[in-house]
Design a protein around this ligand. Structure first.
Ligand SMILES: NC(=O)c1ccc[n+]([C@@H]2O[C@H](COP(=O)([O-])OP(=O)(O)OC[C@H]3O[C@@H](n4cnc5c(N)ncnc54)[C@H](OP(=O)(O)O)[C@@H]3O)[C@@H](O)[C@H]2O)c1
Length: 159
C-alpha cells in the first residue's frame, strides 16, 4: 500500500520556501500518529528541511527512501536509502510506504498512490509552493474529521 500524506490550505498551498507555512500543533500530532516508525519516501529538499527542524535528533521514521538526482549526495543517517530512479522504486514497492513530500515527489508519486491523507487547513496563508494536483477524481472520500482548524480527510483510489 502506498499512501501520500500532506497538509494544504484552501488555496492548495503546502509550502513557504522550504518550510510549512503554518504551525498547527494538532496537525503535527496527526502527521506523527500516521508516519512515526513507518517507511517513508521524500525528496531531498524536504529531507534537509526536516533535518533543520530536528537538529541533532533522529527523524522519527523506520527507513527513509530519499529521492534525489544528485549522485554526489551524502547523508549520515543509517536509516536512509537513496533513490535515484523513483519510478522503478515505486513500481516495486511491496510494503506499506508513506510519501511525505515535497511538491515534486507528490507529483511524481501520485499515480502510484492507493490512499491519500489530506489535512485541509482552514483559511488562507502566505507561501509560494502549491500542491501539484487539483483533480482527485480517481479517489473517493472515505472519511472526514473536522476540527476548528483542520479537515482530516482520507481518500482511497477507485480508478
Ligand atoms: N504541507 C505539506 O504537507 C508538505 C510536506 C512536505 C513538503 N512540503 C513542502 O514542499 C516543498 C518542497 O518541495 P520540492 O518540490 O521543492 O522538493 P522535494 O519534493 O522535497 O524534493 C525535490 C527533489 O527531488 C529530486 N528529484 C526530482 N525528480 C526526481 C526523480 N525523477 N527521481 C529521484 N529524485 C528526483 C530532486 O533532487 P535534486 O535536484 O537535488 O537531485 C529534487 O530537488 C517545501 O515548501 C516544503 O515545505 C509540504
Amino acid at each position: 500500500m502506498i499512501s501520500m500524506i500532506w497538509a494544504m490550505d484552501e488555496d492548495h498551498l503546502i509550502g513557504k520556501d522550504d518550510k510549512i507555512p503554518w504551525h498547527i500543533k494538532e496537525d503535527l500530532l496527526y502527521y506523527k500518529s500516521k508516519t512515526a516508525g513507518q517507511d517513508v519516501l521524500m525528496g531531498d529538499v524536504t529531507y534537509f528541511s526536516l533535518k533543520g527542524y530536528y537538529k541533532n535528533r533522529p527523524l522519527p521514521y523506520k527507513t527513509i527512501y530519499l529521492a534525489t538526482l544528485d549522485k554526489n549526495l551524502k547523508v549520515e543517517d543509517d536509516n536512509v536509502v537513496i533513490i535515484y530512479d523513483i519510478f522503478e522504486f515505486l513500481k516495486n514497492v511491496d510494503f506499506d510506504l508513506f510519501v511525505v513530500g515535497g511538491r515534486t515527489i507528490y507529483k511524481l508519486a501520485y499515480e502510484y498512490a492507493d490512499r491519500l491523507y489530506i489535512s485541509l487547513i482552514k483559511g488562507h496563508h502566505e507561501g509560494n509552493v502549491y500542491f501539484p494536483i487539483t483533480d482527485f477524481s480517481d479517489f473517493e472520500l472515505k472519511s472526514n474529521n473536522e476540527t476548528e482548524l483542520v479537515n482530516y480527510q482520507i481518500y482511497e483510489r477507485v480508478k
